[in-house]
Design a protein around this ligand. Structure first.
Ligand SMILES: Cc1cc2nc3c(=O)[nH]c(=O)nc-3n(C[C@H](O)[C@H](O)[C@H](O)COP(=O)(O)O)c2cc1C
Length: 154
């Protein structure tokens, strides 16, 4: 029986989506068996996607010192349908920011704390000039989450 890994992200000018592509690529590695990866934009993803997921990864730009409005809208829409139903599920974050990123990370963590889910990897934060070489960290994040799910280590 396969396990399920969900990636939900938002992008406006395209850099967070490059990070998401790398995360999805890593998570879909042929080295991992038995993990189905589903990727959705934050505007499309629904509570059913989060309930489906054995683990999930959220990616957002930092806008105005917070997660993007689209990611907040996703969490607003799914919160009450998911609260008390996904307790303990593992998650990880990736964030793109012009210069900071801490507000996006802390705001997502604050809401996810209410969902009682567990952050199992350090976030990948690419701040400042977009350094494409750091996409390998996104790929590793996806691979680690998928491999950890497969191995049952989370
Ligand atoms: C409306 C707006 C607000 C932003 N606010 C912040 C911010 O508070 N902190 C920061 O580090 N970057 C900020 N940025 C920069 C974005 O995080 C950066 O442009 C990022 O690359 C956007 O991701 P995207 O390419 O996936 O859309 C802001 C950008 C926009 C458009």
């Amino acid at each position: 029986m396969s396990k399920h890994l969900l990636v939900v992200f938002h992008t406006q000018s395209g850099t967070t989506s490059k990070m998401a592509d790398a995360v999805i690529h890593g998570a879909s590695s042929p080295d991992v068996d038995g993990v189905e990866v589903r990727a959705k934009s934050a505007l499309e993803a629904e509570a059913g996607d989060l309930l489906w997921a054995d683990a999930f990864i959220l990616g957002s730009p930092e806008n105005f010192g917070y997660m993007s409005g689209a990611m907040k809208y996703f969490l607003d829409r799914v919160y009450y349908e998911c609260v008390d139903k996904i307790n303990g599920r593992p998650f990880a974050l990736f964030v793109r920011a012009g210069n900071d990123g801490s507000g996006a990370i802390s705001s997502m963590r604050r809401i996810l704390k209410g969902l009682a889910v567990r952050e199992v990897q350090k976030p990948v934060l690419i701040a400042g000039v977009f350094d494409e070489s750091r996409l390998t960290e996104c790929e590793e994040l996806g691979l680690t989450m998928a491999a950890g799910l497969e191995a049952g280590v989370f």
